[in-house]
Design a protein around this ligand. Structure first.
Ligand SMILES: Cc1cc2nc3c(=O)[nH]c(=O)nc-3n(C[C@H](O)[C@H](O)[C@H](O)COP(=O)(O)OP(=O)(O)OC[C@H]3O[C@@H](n4cnc5c(N)ncnc54)[C@H](O)[C@@H]3O)c2cc1C
Length: 389
């Protein structure tokens, strides 16, 4: 297989600045040199390549679009391009970066006290600390507003009880951002690893996102000081604002596997011969699939770039992000399925990245708002009628 060079059918690169292309190229090279050589084994062993975290910090990948406290302060388009390249490596690595930046650093920066920002943000940006985000519960996935985890005021402290599940980085995290119901409504808390009453355990048996840590968190009379509450985080909308940041990163990220699957299938179709020693690319049915993939990837690139420019202008809102996340995940998944098909039996083995991307993208379709939930967000924006219940 030739070296990976991305995919640019419609000359969209002409819309990127020199700095944006440099950020993409630097990330692509890092992924090629540091992640690609190990990812197949990591995935097969069900291991996250945690040895790469400090380098990700040095490269400015963690909280890349945030300002101050050690974050790189890049534009949202540069950040998106980083996510695209990381996820071309593996969705697990991009998930790690999304959680660390959008779901841990962002809430601390946006809702945290000065003391919390100084204590946590520089170490999260450098990768010295790992964070996780606990919103989902065993009984409340798509409907986090129903959460039953509680935080009860007790003098100068809070006492947490409840359970969170499917939490990326859970057992690896030095600090967990945890959402709980209080007498005043939903609030966000920082819970440090080792706090008595707080336990994390890994979820096993995953056939998707194997190179990613996924855990359950439990809180049993877990007592934390009021200084660990995020003072600016009031209501579920605070948690949802973090999800918007992460969903934006996913909308870009999934273009990575989509482009790689297209490229692998394109090259394979030229090299693979069937029927009178002719390349399978000579069949109209094969070309139709490649044309579909190329068109949808191109539309996805335009959607991501437009959303990135809007975000840099402060004009991107959550309903725009729902369209970005939903569309780009759906087309990436379909590209992976088509590529798997075009590779025939070779499509199911790990000599190619296609099946791994396909399995990972099934998770990406579910987390951060399922395809259905984002359809309902768009539907509500169009009609003014909420149809979640
Ligand atoms: C690998 C992985 C990592 C994750 N990481 C995190 C994390 O770091 N932090 C975190 O808090 N969570 C995390 N999650 C959880 C994830 O966000 C949830 O799985 C997701 O919100 C869906 O919830 P659920 O799995 O309970 O599915 P459910 O909500 O039970 O949904 C099941 C199905 O029902 C459909 N459905 C539900 N309600 C409606 C409705 N009103 N209308 C139409 N269809 C509906 C859904 O679309 C879906 O198809 C992760 C999940 C995975 C798999």
């Amino acid at each position: 297989m030739a070296a990976y060079r991305g995919f640019d059918y419609l000359l969209i690169d002409s819309q990127l600045s020199g700095e944006e292309k440099l950020v993409r190229q630097t990330t692509r090279q890092w992924v090629e040199e540091r992640l690609i050589p190990v990812i197949k084994d990591c995935y097969n062993q069900g291991r996250f390549p945690s040895e790469l975290i400090p380098e990700m910090g040095q490269m400015g990948f963690l909280g890349a679009n945030l300002e101050g406290y050690g974050a790189a302060g890049m534009t949202n388009v540069e950040y998106g391009l980083i996510m695209q390249e990381l996820e071309r490596g593996d969705s697990g690595l991009r998930s790690f970066a999304s959680v660390q930046g959008a779901l841990v650093m962002f809430p601390i920066l946006t809702f945290g006290s000065e003391e919390q920002k100084k204590k946590y943000l520089p170490k999260l940006a450098s990768g010295e600390f790992i964070g996780c985000f606990g919103l989902t519960e065993p009984g409340f996935g798509s409907n986090p507003g129903g959460m039953t985890t509680t935080a009860a005021r007790d003098g100068d402290a809070w006492v947490l009880n409840g359970e969170k599940t499917w939490i990326t980085n859970g057992t690896a995290a030095h600090v967990a951002v945890v959402w709980a119901r209080t007498a005043e409504g939903i609030r966000g808390f920082l819970v440090a690893k080792g706090t008595p009453g707080f336990r994390a355990s890994d979820i096993h048996g995953k056939l998707s996102m194997r190179a990613s840590v996924t855990s359950s968190l439990s809180f049993s009379d877990c007592r934390i000081p009021d200084s660990m509450r995020l003072p600016g985080a009031a209501g579920l909308k605070a948690a949802l604002s973090c999800l918007s940041q992460a969903r934006y990163s996913i909308g870009w990220g999934v273009l990575g596997p989509a482009m790689e699957c297209l490229e692998v299938a394109r090259q394979y179709s030229i090299e693979r011969k069937q029927f009178d020693n002719r390349p399978i690319a000579s069949h109209q049915l094969v070309q139709e699939k490649l044309a579909w993939m190329a068109t949808e990837v191109t539309k996805g690139q335009l959607l991501a770039l437009h959303c990135g420019r809007l975000k840099d202008q402060g004009k991107l809102d959550f309903a725009h992000i729902s369209m970005l996340k939903r569309n780009n995940v759906a087309i990436a998944l379909e590209c992976a399925r088509m590529a798997r098909d075009l590779l025939g039996a070779n499509g199911i083995v790990d000599d190619y990245p296609v099946m791994r991307h396909l399995c990972n993208l099934e998770t990406v379709k579910t987390y951060e708002g399922t395809d259905h939930i984002h359809a309902l967000v768009i539907g509500e924006r169009l009609t003014g009628v909420a149809a979640y219940k």
